[in-house]
Ligand binder design. Structure first.
Ligand code: GDG
Length: 722
């Protein structure tokens, strides 16, 4: 049976004098797949131990009896890693609450350290076939830490909170490290498409990576992204509803609340849950309510993160508001708000869901919100109204809820009246649709789909370029039998990886070493064939005995001379003025882009623009060019972050043919990475050995994955020439 290692901040146990299993959402989700997988847990046991013998005993019991491997943390570590970095810095940022974000570099140090502890613990038992499932914002660095040490592991990550827009996420001082941490995973999951979109956009902008809609290429791997809305543990609620203890509890509550209308909210006491604004809406509602003696607002607010100052302030604020509103609206017969600052047991929770006329769930923002789904799960064929914030992830699924904007207090007050007076028939029909969904797409379904995709996407082979394996031996064979060889080598993207500023792309040590090898080899004539300007090529390659071909074959400098000549005698450039005008308009409206004019070409570069906006504008530019350029002797290329218009009378293919005319080459190797190199690859000639570097459609015969691989292949092939 395949093993799952679920890695989350807290272990699903409570360690006191004895150990008890707790029943969180994650436990029930994974219980649902227990028949298919052997489930194991890594996490903090929730207690710090001074006595190391006691820690050892607890560890032994946790492992043997509960499949739990504990990560022990000191009080100081908990304070900096959990309260500090995770909940003081990340939690508010992920929830768009920048006003609560705090940062201390020492927290970051501890966060990194504790993430290493978690990764270490996983490493103790992880085997190649196991599925490692890391949870939530506390452990964002763990996927990368694991990947670095064990590239073969199958790693998934699920974020239980929202992922905010790039404009918000970019404010974090360690934004790039956090993103790179997640990119160690094979699959990164989110509750909604919106969160996934924001993550992708942050990765593209902050790490400058290429991304398709649902995957990102990172360090020669595919990192998949997916949407997996977590479901409630509906089965457990439905089962509880059929017990005697539930019936008894329900009767007790019915007596307590007599015939009052009950409006329920359940949550951790957290500033994201919108409690203060909800209370203000209730105040407003009660101001105009003719039946206020007959309504009771039950607030179950579980204590949460009480060590953090903002949470202490929130508690004071909420208790103050409750006191004020109750004072204002209480009568001798009724106190409208029952505020319970502690948790209730599971049976009580089910009974409350069951008797509540309205569930008022109005977070300012919430990754999903399971309470909304649980309320629905307790309402099979029963009346009840779900009032739900449009800012909860669940709002995207629970279409029949009464949606509210939690920032609009008047609207919430009005909708409260509407909910309380909703006809029975409408209540039942709204609830039915939601019930079916909540039961079908439950916690087990969530775990099953995530793990299914993780199995599918992992065991991650590096991205393969076709025929890579054979290209070296093929090139070596051809070289071995050749007396004279020509190498036509493009520069950017072929020898040199792209960089933001084309001027900064000077040859690296590896390139220089290859060039020296080529220079020494008397059987090889080297041609550097590039879109770059002549001056640029002279500067970088002028000292070698190479023939240089610039501007896609318009100008060349014969080996052994320092004079640049024209390859094309004369050609039409009358089109350039018009093209430059259009390009300038695009440069003006696309920040970060610029226009480069060459003798035979005009280029619009958008490498430094916003990646999505740049791509959109490039597509628009190409479509307007295609209308404008009919009957002009030009070609339009959409290259890597460039749009280039070149004269058709000049291209690399024409240059290659002219320069090899009359020469007795046995092999002509040509290598390139983009559209402009295809003019060489389209030439039909048995002597040509055509190599495409990187991905994309091509007429070349061989492919290598990257400039580094090309350099290493050519260098090895040249060494083999005697
Ligand atoms: C995070 C994300 C996302 C609450 N009070 C009692 C009680 N609960 C249980 C509920 C529910 C759970 O706690 C709360 O889950 P939520 O989803 O509403 O919210 P968070 O705690 O903020 O959870 C959230 C979730 O992760 C899962 O991905 O949905 O957006 O913030 O299950 O029933 N249970 C009992 N007594 C209580 O008093 N027994």
């Amino acid at each position: 049976m395949r093993k799952i290692i679920s890695v989350a901040n807290r272990l699903p146990v409570t360690v006191g004098r004895s150990i008890t299993k707790s029943s969180g959402g994650l436990v029930s989700a994974l219980d649902g797949v227990a028949g298919q997988f052997d489930i194991n847990w890594v996490g903090w046991p929730g207690t710090s131990f001074k006595n190391s013998q006691r820690a050892k005993d607890v560890e032994k019991r946790l492992i043997e009896d509960y499949n739990c491997s504990p990560v022990f943390l000191s009080k100081k570590e908990v304070s900096a890693f959990y309260e500090g970095f995770s909940n003081g810095s990340l939690w508010p940022l992920l929830h768009y609450m920048s006003q609560y974000v705090d940062h201390d570099e020492r927290w970051w140090d501890e966060y990194q350290k504790v993430n290493i502890y978690f990764a270490d613990k996983v490493m103790e038992t992880a085997k190649k076939q196991d599925l490692i499932w890391v949870h939530d914002y506390h452990l964002m660095l763990v996927p990368r830490l694991l990947r670095k040490r064990r590239p073969d592991l199958r790693i998934g990550f699920f974020l239980h909170t929202p992922f905010p827009s790039y404009e918000v996420f970019r404010c974090h001082p360690h934004r790039s490290e956090l993103l790179e941490g997640l990119l160690g995973a094979d699959l990164v999951g989110f509750h909604t498409f919106g969160y996934m979109r924001h993550f992708r956009s942050s990765v593209m902008r902050l790490l400058n990576l290429e991304s398709q809609m649902s995957n990102i290429k990172y360090q020669n791997r595919n990192v998949h992204m997916g949407v997996y809305p977590i479901g409630a543990n509906s089965g457990a609620f439905i089962k509880e509803l059929s017990t005697d203890r539930f019936e008894k509890q329900k009767d007790i509550f019915k007596d307590t609340f007599l015939n009052k209308k009950i409006i329920l909210s359940v949550e951790r006491l957290d500033y994201t849950k919108g409690i203060a604004r909800r209370l203000e809406a209730i105040d407003k509602f009660l101001d105009g309510c003719s039946y206020k003696e007959n309504v009771c607002f039950v607030f179950v607010a579980i204590p949460s993160r009480g060590e953090i100052a903002q949470y202490q302030q929130l508690r004071e604020q909420v208790e103050g508001l409750v006191g004020r509103i109750n004072g204002k609206h209480a009568t001798l017969n009724n106190t409208p708000i029952k505020f319970i600052h502690q948790s209730v047991d599971f049976t009580q929770l089910c009974a409350l869901y069951s008797i509540a006329d309205v569930a008022m769930i109005t977070p300012l923002i919430d990754g999903m919100n399971l309470v909304a789904k649980e309320y629905v799960a307790c309402k099979k064929d029963k009346p009840g109204v779900l009032m739900l914030s449009e800012f909860a992830g669940a709002a995207g699924e629970l279409f029949k809820a009464v949606k509210v904007n939690p920032y609009d207090i008047d609207e919430m007050a009005e909708k409260l009246s509407y909910c309380l007076n909703m006809p029975l028939k409408e209540q039942l029909s709204r609830m039915k649709g939601m019930y079916e969904r909540v039961v079908e797409y439950d916690a087990k379904y969530w775990a099953k789909t995530f793990l299914g995709d993780l199995e599918k996407y992992s065991g991650n082979k590096p991205i393969q370029a076709t025929q890579t394996v054979n290209s070296l031996s093929l090139v070596k064979n051809k070289f071995a039998s050749a007396k004279k060889i020509a190498c036509f080598i493009d520069y950017d993207g072929t020898l040199r990886e792209f960089v933001d500023d084309p001027k900064m792309a000077s040859p690296t040590k590896q390139i220089i070493s290859l060039l020296k090898q080529l220079q020494k080899c008397s059987r090889v004539d080297t041609y550097i064939i590039s879109g770059r300007k002549a001056e640029n090529l002279s500067e970088w390659f002028g000292d070698y005995n190479f023939t240089l071909v610039g501007e896609h074959g318009y100008r060349y400098r014969q080996a052994g001379t320092d004079q640049w000549k024209l390859l094309a005698d004369s050609f039409d450039t009358s089109w350039k003025k018009q093209v430059i005008e259009v390009f300038n308009q695009y440069a003006g409206t696309t920040p970060g882009s610029f226009v480069e004019e060459k003798i035979s070409a005009v280029v619009w570069h958008y490498r430094r623009s916003d990646p999505e906006f740049g791509k959109l504008k490039a597509q628009q530019l190409i479509s307007s060019l295609s209308e404008m350029m009919t009957n002009m002797p030009v070609e339009v290329h959409h290259g890597k972050k460039i749009v280039e218009v070149t004269s058709m009378q000049v291209n690399k293919g024409v240059a290659l043919m002219k320069l090899t005319r009359g020469k007795k080459y046995d092999v002509i190797l040509c290598a390139g990475d983009d559209q402009t190199d295809e003019s060489m690859f389209r030439i039909e000639n048995d002597k040509l050995l055509k190599i495409k570097v990187g991905k994309g459609d091509t007429f070349a015969d061989l492919r290598v994955a990257s400039p580094a691989k090309f350099i290493s292949m050519l260098s090895t092939a040249i060494k083999s020439i005697k």
